[in-house]
Design a protein around this ligand. Structure first.
Ligand code: MEZ
Length: 542
């Protein structure tokens, strides 16, 4: 399966392993980091971006693939759609079945609100389930939310919204114990204390994990709880459009992806928990994201009038799988580096400390391959460097990889690769949307009664998120949005009027900006067919 050149390079990695065992590489200076970012991180390349021409964040920059989604028509014609047949009337409509949606639904339900959780795939199909390495939370004696706060701000290059960061780190210890009480099985020592590790940019070991399937363990637990409490869930029910009374959000139009029928939902409050957008493939990058990560909530919230923040920054996870081709872009958890995995170039030499923050680490990998030409090229032309995984067992004893990162081990075993014996090839992959809809500490957007939680919201992580703060963010802000939305709904005597006025206005803006009618969003699922075989046009407004 490996080419002769790849095997030759693999031998060099093996040859340098012994001398690398005790090698220490210092963290880069702030100046060197900045230079690396400016030279090689895609966020610093002007041709990645375009200015948005319509909507509340008009004039701001975002990657072109996102701008295409913002500057797009709805598949729904506001002049023709019949809103009189309201099929469901609830206090809180939660849109999205990942960690943020499930946490929001649980808390809203606890507050006595009637809840419908609608999700376009199945409950749990989400990026939450694909998060591997851990969840951060300062619950050890040598740590505190204040130290966690400083790490988050530093990681985000101090662009973070301080109030949101305070909420994130302040709620973290309580969130960890809430998850444990619900049944999450975190890794523990024989004495019963939590096993914690470092992530890139953390000054304390505060990564709590369930081996390397932490997100799956958390999602399974939240999902079971939603089902046990019999909270109504509509699966394969995508939200196609929000409804407003012209000012406040008042419900949504759901689209049943199986029956292809629409359903009108009246809701006193709506929580967008639709996750991220890796499937937009910025600059053609592969992605670690799940199949449904197509920026739906961003598009719908934006059209309804909610401004965006930091949409000009994307996280590329440094270690996406680069080979074999079948798993291109899939996550190789940062935990592999946390427990000692080293990154080397073609010659088997390290070129960067492995736990730099992700933006810096990814830029260093891109520089090694594209700038210094010291990477490996796979048979499909994919640039890559090595993640020397066998050094983990060499350092900590045989069996460490199988015990600590079993999901990774299996991911490679399926292709006949034993990562405890041979290094694996990796390259940055589109992983996380650092920006999103602007929210306050309760998760409310600038549109009244419209909340956002999880990856669809922005500002918490500034321009770069640290490992394990996403699993934390989905639970913290899911719970906060669930509580605030339920409280708001409980205080409202009646629901608002249902209209598509905001859409009418948005379509007019698109027309005056001369955006052609051919572009429709949200796309709901990614399109991987060859463009010449597909007719994307839906004549929505004709
Ligand atoms: O927070 C993440 O993105 C995460 C836990 C990823 C990983 O490398 O495991």
């Amino acid at each position: 399966m490996y080419t002769g050149k790849m095997l030759e390079s693999m031998k060099r990695v093996e040859a340098t392993r012994k001398e690398r065992l005790d090698q220490e590489i210092p963290l880069l200076s702030p100046e060197a980091r900045q230079e690396l970012l400016e030279g090689f991180h895609p966020d610093f390349k002007d041709d990645v971006f375009r200015k948005i021409k319509v909507g509340p964040s008009r004039g701001e920059r975002a990657p072109k693939e996102f701008v295409d989604a913002f500057e797009a028509y709805s598949a729904i014609d506001p002049a023709k759609f019949d809103l009189s047949n309201v099929e469901v009337d609830v206090d809180v409509l939660v849109v999205g079945g990942g960690g943020a949606g499930a946490a929001a639904a649980l808390v809203a339900d606890e507050q006595g609100a009637s809840v419908l959780l609608a999700t376009k795939l199945r409950l749990g199909d989400s990026n939450t389930v694909m998060a591997q390495g851990g969840i951060q939370g300062a619950d050890k004696a040598n740590d505190s939310p204040a130290i966690h706060y400083l790490d988050v701000m530093g990681g985000g290059r101090y662009f973070n919204d301080p109030d949101l960061v305070e909420a994130l780190v302040g709620d973290a210890p309580e969130v960890l114990s809430w998850l444990e009480k619900l049944g999450v099985m975190f890794d523990k020592t024989a004495e019963g204390t939590m096993v914690t590790t470092h992530g890139g940019g953390t000054s304390r070991k505060r990564m709590h994990a369930a081996r390397d399937y932490t997100g799956a363990e958390i999602m399974k637990t939240l999902k079971d709880e939603v089902l046990n409490r019999e909270i109504p869930v509509a699966e394969f029910a995508a939200v196609y459009e929000l409804l407003t009374d012209g000012k406040k959000v008042t419900g949504a139009i759901l689209y049943n992806m199986e029956t292809e029928q629409y359903m009108v939902v009246r809701a006193k409050t709506v929580i967008l928990a639709t996750g991220g957008s890796g499937r937009l493939h910025v600059m053609g990058f592969p992605t670690s994201n799940h199949y449904g990560a197509t920026a739906d909530g961003l598009v719908l919230g934006y059209r309804a009038g909610a401004p965006l923040t930091y949409m000009d920054t994307i996280q590329y996870h440094p270690t996406g799988a680069a080979f074999p081709e079948q798993i291109l872009g899939l996550l190789v958890t940062e935990k592999v580096r946390s427990i000692g995995g080293q990154i080397t170039n073609f010659d088997g030499n390290r070129f960067i400390y492995e736990l730099e923050t992700r933006d810096v680490e990814a830029a260093a990998l891109i520089r090694e391959c594209l700038g210094r030409k010291k990477g490996i090229t796979t048979p499909s032309g994919q640039p890559a460097v090595w993640l020397d995984s066998p050094i983990i067992d060499a350092k900590h004893g045989e069996g460490t990889i199988k015990a600590r990162v079993p999901a990774m081990y299996r991911q490679y075993e399926r292709f006949g690769i034993d990562m405890s014996k041979v290094p694996i090839l990796i390259y940055p992959t589109q992983h996380y949307q650092n920006g999103g809809l602007k929210i306050d500490e309760t998760g409310e957007t600038k549109v009244k009664n419209l909340f956002a939680a999880g990856e669809v919201a922005g500002g918490i992580h500034g321009r770069n998120r640290l490992m394990g703060n996403s699993l934390l963010d989905v639970v913290v802000f899911g719970r906060r949005a669930g509580a605030a939305a339920a409280e708001r709904a409980n205080g409202m005597k009646k629901s608002g009027k249902l209209s598509l006025k905001h859409l009418d206005k948005f379509h007019k803006e698109l027309k005056s900006a001369r955006v052609g009618k051919g572009r429709i969003a949200p796309v709901l699922l990614p399109e991987y067919r060859r463009p010449e075989t597909v007719d994307h046009r839906i004549d929505a407004l004709d």
